[in-house]
Design a protein around this ligand. Structure first.
Ligand code: GDP
Ligand code: MG
Length: 440
């Protein structure tokens, strides 16, 4: 997406406000990105319509290219749709608080049950009991028992031949008698949704009246996500969604689809097979994944907040012309500080990996940046305009004036030269200059 989008961005640069044509063009790419991420078709349609309405006619912030502005609107809307605020697992109910995992076979219910149990037990200091209601798959109950032993979480003793509702009742009883705070019910899935599965899930809900009912779904679920979420949402009162295998290469479109059709919050992410691979849901992470474009958006946001754009534009222009002097460098250093260091800037730009290493090697943190600025301010105007005149005695003078060393001055001069070269190149490619919404 990034490549195609930057093509669009190029075209949109230099324009003042977002016209309908600007937006429509950008939306075609966004639409494609969403479909590639496997967001359900209807959800994509609704989403695009909402973004269009918000974007057309919107004033473009002066510091940002219109194309970037569209991306920001898209990103914000994605986050809004995914749910901006984290929704933790709710423990506020009479003990034992019952939580039920539902979902298809292989979606990660049993693993998530153990992960959540461990987390509640260690982080929230809850006394947790787990019970497997999976009477369908051989050794399914055994699987949970083993996980319980590994994680030091109690499991309900297995009794052969019981049906899911009977086990549920026994689990409730054991949880009450044993003084457990939380009871986690791990249900059986099916390879696909059918009436038997729905009836079984509903009967377990009725028997246990869970406080949390979590739909566990694989992040790789494609267009089926809508049907999956809707079916479970109709059959039980879902309170949230857990998205597993976020560590795989799925783009996470299912998150958007399921959230959009059910309105239920995504509460947790499964990020691996290990027991501690469970994370709270952060919408920006999924949004970036769905859009597939590095961290351009946060860069735009920071640029809006911090950068004095005209200066940056002028500097970028100068850099490209090769007239980038030490005064310009000093301005750039100032802006780098605001943007969280040069490494910070570069890490947000896709496709600049090589340069980033060089910069990181130069170790440009704030204290270094401050010293460099001190060096520059100890120079005469002539020296700042043309660093070549800096001979040994001048360097000595500057070093003592700035409380640094000749060695540091040499480093700075060298860096200035490299930067001027580097930025000339990047400027031509449209990277760094475009960053600040300047001409490319
Ligand atoms: P269930 O049938 O819904 O109970 O699914 P399981 O919990 O038995 O999980 C099926 C497989 O998926 C197991 O091999 C798990 O280790 C694996 N799994 C579960 N969650 C994750 C996850 O977040 N990431 C990865 N990579 N694997 C997972
Ligand atoms: Mg299972």
């Amino acid at each position: 997406l990034s490549d195609r989008l930057s093509g669009i961005l190029d075209k949109l640069t230099r324009r003042g406000a977002l016209s309908e044509a600007d937006v429509s063009e950008a939306m075609r790419e966004v639409r494609r990105a969403l479909l590639e991420a496997d967001v359900a078709l209807d959800v994509v349609k609704d989403f695009i319509d909402r973004v269009k309405q918000k974007a057309v006619g919107q004033e473009v912030v002066k510091s940002v290219a219109p194309g970037q502005m569209v991306i920001k609107i898209v990103h914000d809307e994605l986050i809004e749709t995914l749910g901006r605020d984290p929704q933790p697992i709710d423990l506020a109910a009479a003990v034992p608080v019952v939580m039920m995992m539902v979902g298809l076979q292989g979606s990660g219910k049993t693993t998530t049950t153990a992960k959540l149990a461990k987390r509640l037990q260690t982080r929230e200091r809850q006394k947790v009991l787990m019970a497997s209601l999976d009477t369908r798959r051989p050794a399914a109950q055994e699987q949970l028992k083993i996980l319980g032993e590994q994680t030091d979480v109690a499991t309900l003793p297995i009794v052969e031949g019981e049906d899911p509702v009977t086990i549920t009742k026994r689990a409730m009883d054991a949880a009450r008698r044993g003084g457990f705070d939380v009871l986690l019910l791990d249900t059986a899935g099916r390879t696909h949704i059918d009436e038997e599965l729905m009836a079984e899930t509903a009967s377990i809900e009725k028997a246990s009246n869970p406080h949390e009912t979590l739909l566990v779904a694989d992040a790789l679920t494609g267009q089926d996500a809508v049907n999956l979420a809707q079916s479970f949402d109709r059959c039980v009162s879902l309170t949230g969604i857990v998205l597993t295998r976020i560590d795989g290469d799925g783009r996470g479109g299912a998150a958007l689809s399921m959230r959009a059709v059910t309105g239920k919050p995504i509460k947790l992410l499964g990020t691996g097979e290990k027991i501690d691979a469970l994370e709270d849901f952060h919408p920006d992470r999924i949004a970036n994944r769905i859009l597939g474009m590095g961290d351009v958006v946060s860069l735009v946001e920071k640029a809006i907040e911090n950068v004095e754009v005209e200066k940056a534009e002028a500097a970028a222009k100068k850099m490209r012309k090769g007239t980038f002097d030490l005064d310009d460098l000093s301005d750039q250093l100032e802006q780098m500080k605001k943007l969280g260091g040069m490494g910070g800037v570069l890490s947000m730009l896709p496709g600049i990996g090589k340069m980033k290493k060089q910069i990181e090697a130069a170790n440009l943190d704030d204290s270094v940046l401050n010293r460099q600025q001190a060096i520059i301010s100890s120079m005469t105007k002539k020296e700042r305009k043309n660093p070549k005149v800096l001979n040994a005695s001048r360097k000595k003078r500057v070093a003592s004036g700035s409380g640094t060393s000749v060695q540091e001055i040499n480093k700075l001069v060298k860096m200035h030269r490299q930067m001027a070269d580097m930025m000339k190149k990047v400027g031509k490619r449209g990277g760094f200059g475009g960053l600040f919404g300047g001409g490319m």
